[in-house]
Design a protein around this ligand. Structure first.
Ligand code: EPU
Length: 424
């Protein structure tokens, strides 16, 4: 186990490039199971979650190769249908093999990926939707067991909430169902649009891409495709917030401003100068930022995955602001760690009120998940002294070469063994 030693005080300056989005690449890899042959995915980020997903696909019989940013998934005609807990427990995204396996094999046994340190993360909408498509679905001994021996059949599905994962699973399953499926109240995240585009390249018939209603005309079979992953808006947003907190000037190459509109608007409100162009975005800040109220919501609302970073920003901003978390019930747990750095943040249910302080003071903290980990590192960048962030393996799940990129922008961050870590 390793930790990060973050020396506070540097302003981040320079250019950083964002790779493809974790939350798209993992699903594009799952989607490759829908077609026999070689699917080629470009700009897949070098993160541990991609390794874990590769492990799941290999277990199912696929051959997965990485060459630079390109991942090739060779899918045989006969693929497996079960993904055991030992493989899927590491990442929630592995549940997204459920839809493709059921569609291709008529059978899927996928272990429940388990909870995360951010909330309960139910699967009810995935399972109810697959039942509507004609599958027989049960949860037995920690496995989702789904069967559709005669194939899936198109249906009308209404999601209670625009769940990203449920939208993806049902969308992928519906591509090979008999007849038409209409899914209403779907998630509209850019990663969903990316998966739809890849499925269309594979031969799927999908209308309403990017809207709240997807209409999928089932086809007999799909072909493998070549596709470039959409840039990671959460990593891009993390750099943008880091620039503001450290009063720096960062150009985020390959960052899509059109996927970060509400985030960049909040940063402008905080006092930042934001320049957007086709090839990236630039965020600069000279003074202490003003605190900003934020409400997290499904896209195009403010992303919950940038909530810890904005709470960290408010902790060093001028004024008081409230952040409301509407997606996960337990995503404020990291606030206790932020308090160890001297932040004045109080939570009440799904609200966190921060009274900004001129500075924070370094301390050892523990990253409980990917995004809170990144938020704690940003807080460490503006704390006086050396902040030790344990649990860096969480950050590695979603941020390619975070330390290298931070240091390239002028930060002082060292990765080192964590002598305090012990396995319980
Ligand atoms: N939910 C249910 N039942 C369901 C599905 C979802 O109750 O059947 C609830 C969840 O418990 C959660 C909320 O709905 O409270 C949102 O869940 P959603 O299904 O939208 O999220 P997800 O697919 O599990 C993806 C990302 C998350 C990101 C969310 C929201 C991946 C692998 N994960 O999760 O990313 O926060 O969408 O945008 O795509 C991260 O990258 O750090 C991360 C947590």
């Amino acid at each position: 186990m390793e930790r990060l030693r973050v020396t506070g005080g540097a302003s981040l300056r320079g250019e950083v490039r964002v790779a493809g989005a974790k939350n798209s690449a993992l699903k594009l890899m799952a989607a490759s199971l829908l077609a026999e042959g070689s699917t080629v995915l470009h700009d897949v980020p070098p993160i541990t979650d991609v390794k874990y997903m590769s492990g799941v696909l290999r277990w199912l019989g696929a051959n997965v190769r990485r060459d630079g940013g390109t991942v090739t998934v060779e899918v045989p005609e006969a693929i497996g249908h079960s993904a055991p807990y030992s493989l899927v427990r590491r990442l929630r995204a592995s549940i997204c093999v459920l839809g493709p396996l059921l569609a291709r094999r008529g059978a899927a046994d996928v272990a429940l990926p388990g909870g995360d340190a951010i909330g309960s993360r139910g699967l009810g909408m995935h399972l109810a939707g697959l039942e509507k498509l004609g599958a027989d679905v049960s949860v037995v001994h920690g496995l989702v067991v789904a069967r559709a021996p005669n194939g899936l059949t198109g249906a009308n599905i209404w999601l209670d909430f625009p769940s990203v994962g449920a939208t993806e699973n049902l969308l992928m399953a519906a591509t090979l169902a008999q007849g038409t499926t209409v899914i209403d109240n779907v998630a509209r995240e850019p990663e969903i649009v990316d998966i739809c585009r890849m499925l269309v390249r594979m031969g799927a018939k999908i209308d309403g891409i990017g809207s709240s209603t997807l209409r999928i005309e089932g086809v007999q079979g799909l072909s493998p495709a070549e596709h470039t992953t959409v840039p990671d808006r959460i990593v891009a947003g993390t750099w943008a917030i880091a620039a503001v907190m450290t009063r720096g000037d960062v150009t985020v190459a390959n960052g899509r401003a059109d996927h970060l509109e509400i985030v960049l608007d909040k940063l402008s409100y905080a006092g930042a100068t934001v320049d957007t162009a086709d090839e990236g975005l630039r965020v600069a800040m000279s003074d202490r930022p003003d605190a900003v109220d934020v409400v997290t919501l499904p896209y195009p609302g403010f992303p919950t995955d940038l909530q810890p970073m904005v709470v960290a920003l408010n902790a060093v901003a001028v004024g008081t602001a409230m952040v409301t978390e509407n997606v996960y019930e337990a995503r404020f747990m990291f606030v206790n760690e932020l308090a160890r750095l001297g932040a004045d943040v109080r939570t009440d249910g799904h609200h966190a009120v921060a009274r900004g302080r001129p500075t924070l003071s370094a301390a050892p903290v523990v990253a409980p998940d990917i995004r809170a980990g990144a938020g704690l590192v940003l807080a460490g960048l503006v704390a006086e002294g050396e902040t030790l962030v344990s649990g860096v393996h969480h950050i590695d799940r979603g941020y390619p070469d975070f330390v290298g990129q931070l240091n390239a922008l002028g930060a002082e961050v060292v990765r080192e063994p964590d002598p305090d870590h012990f396995e319980a």
